[in-house]
Design a protein around this ligand. Structure first.
Ligand code: GDP
Length: 302
């Protein structure tokens, strides 16, 4: 992940840092290289453009070029803008955005995304995290009536992470399953209810109508979009389609253990306006990490 981008940027910035003085043209030339590197990493064009504009404006419009270490100052500006692009929390924007679990229980977390994005696996990973890290009682329910064995899959994963799943009732429709899950969560005094909604191969109207209907009956505190970081620009397009239709509160990027070029991670905040809350880092059920923009920026800049 980010390997090529990181190599390219490190090369550009090592050269900048190595020089005693810089003029405006040097910065513009370096930024042209950065722009190419971002686009090659699949960062969405408007996001890359806005990033370059902001960095250039800050670097040439201030005292930076007259300072004793102009190269380092420019790299610092790039780092800060990278953190802003990754979009975190806290004063410096470098912290991970937390899972919102403090509402009146059962707090509903609705998981949405395309088929194969890693939604069911991520649901189980979060169930485990909520039990282990937050010490809360969770119930998980699969609303996926399209894919044969999807509900069974969540049940098996639930057993592996020691988190309860809603008993399967054949033939029930998603909204009815959601209602039953709410009732069951209340009866069992669950703190959190995770709803694993149905995926589809593509974004379509029926899928969006179903998401809205499920959100209508379950009033989720979190609506987390699960996207596969390996799909690059497509991941960004999928995120845009979902965020136009359902009130997302965050994104989970899966397969960050793969060799994705990074564009999805870098474009997600700008395109959806929502933070990446978690990164999936493997098939195992403990392979999930809070997404810290500061740490990711450090990794990219070497
Ligand atoms: P769904 O159709 O969206 O529910 O997708 P699944 O949860 O069934 O996941 C599809 C495949 O991706 C499974 O083989 C998972 O083990 C795998 N997977 C999910 N998340 C990750 C991840 O972060 N890294 C890797 N390497 N594999 C993942």
């Amino acid at each position: 992940m980010f390997d090529t981008l990181s190599d390219r940027l490190t090369g550009v910035f090592d050269r900048l840092r190595g020089r005693g003085s810089l003029n405006e043209q040097d910065v513009r030339d370096a930024m042209r290289e950065v722009r190419v590197a971002l686009l090659e990493a699949d960062v969405a064009l408007p996001v890359a453009r806005s990033f370059i504009d902001k960095v250039t404006e800050k670097a040439v419009g201030s005292q930076v070029l007259k300072s004793v270490t102009p190269g380092q100052q420019v790299v610092k500006i790039v780092n800060d803008e990278l953190v802003a692009m990754l979009g975190g929390e806290g004063e410096d924007g470098a912290q991970a955005a937390p899972l919102l679990l403090d509402a009146k229980p059962p707090v509903v977390i609705m998981m949405v995304g395309l088929q194969g994005s890693g939604k069911t696996t991520t649901t189980a990973k979060l169930g485990r995290l909520i039990r282990e890290k937050h010490g809360k009682k969770a119930l998980m329910a699969s609303l996926d009536v399209n894919r044969p064995a999807a509900q069974e899959q969540l049940k098996v994963l639930g057993e592996q992470v020691d988190v309860a799943t809603l008993p399967i009732v054949a033939g029930q429709q998603p909204v009815d399953i959601a209602r039953r899950a709410m009732e069951s969560a209340r009866l069992q005094n669950s703190d959190v209810l995770l709803l694993d909604t149905a995926g589809r191969l593509h974004v379509d109207e029926a899928l969006m109508a179903e998401m809205k209907a499920v959100a209508g009956v379950s009033v989720p505190t979190e609506v987390l979009l699960v996207v596969d970081s390996l799909t690059g620009q497509d991941a960004v397009n999928v995120a845009k389609s979902f965020s136009d239709e359902v009130p997302l509160t965050g994104v989970v990027l899966t397969r960050m253990d793969g060799d994705a070029r990074g564009g999805a991670a870098l474009s997600m905040r700008a395109v959806t306006g929502k933070p990446i809350k978690f990164a999936g880092t493997g098939e195992k059920l403990d392979a999930i990490e809070a997404f810290h923009p500061g740490r990711v920026a450090d990794r990219i800049l070497g």
